[in-house]
Design a protein around this ligand. Sequence first.
Ligand code: GRG
Length: 295
Amino acid sequence: MEQSVKKQFEDYIKLIEQKLDEFLPVKYPQEIWESMRYSVLAGGKRLRPMLCLETCKVLSGSYEQAIPTACAIEMLHTQSLIHDDLPCMDNDDYRRGKLTNHKKFSESTAVLAGDALLSFAPQIIIQKTPDSVSKDKVLKVLEEFLISAGAEKLIAGQVVDIDSEGKQIDKETLNFIHENKTGALFKLSVRTGAILGNADEKTINALTMFAEKMGLAFQIMDDILDVTSTLEELGKTPGKDAKEQKVTYISFYGLEESKKQVASLCKAACDILEENNIKSEVLTGVVKSISERVC
Ligand code: GRG
């Protein structure tokens, strides 16, 4: 990655971490807030909030209006990870290079920390979005957020994923799982960034397609890394897909073809930006970071 893009990534990550820290106080009862903060502030690539901020900036010249939404999306993403790691779901001991929430605290605290993040995140959008953003827009952003978090998107993907364990599912079902589990939050990030950046319908649609390609590339790479990477590199347990008899892109296409698909989806994502005259080193940098991803 070019030095100038790397610097922009670092600046965004610093801002996102600072704002997440500021938006998530420790209140009474302390343990639940500590546990929410533990997972939210545990690092992570911060791709989704970065996409939201950069999309807003590219379209309107400023990202300030999108900071609360970007942080809320990262809280929602973290909630999905806390719950996904629970013994009743994917049952993992490590996440972001640290013990998972239920291992560090307790199972009941982890369930409640996820629930609490899910309801705290939209509060942040409502309370912290600057008054310069119209209430209509805040409402639109909230609608996008709540649809993505619920039974039409994230939870739909998770339910079909759990139901598919140990079964020979077809490609359509595999795509359904990942469009909803993974793709939905990438789409949410660019769509809300675009709404806050005053984009027209054509640009929102183009960015949605961009996120669709990027999200699929991200998931295929995730499947590849599950096979090729280590706990130290990944920050979570590798080899889980095979252990849980999950159908993945690798089991359908093999490793080499899957890598080709990542490259082709990343190119398609960048082409969409170019065709729509959306010029952003950061957006293309995120796509590049997915194709070169090691964690
Ligand atoms: C809403 C009750 C409820 C549960 C949600 C949807 C869901 C359960 C879990 C899905 C979580 C999951 C593991 C999705 C797959 C997407 C994925 C590979 C996420 C990891 O994203 P990274 O690599 O993580 O960007 P970091 O740690 O870098 O932020």
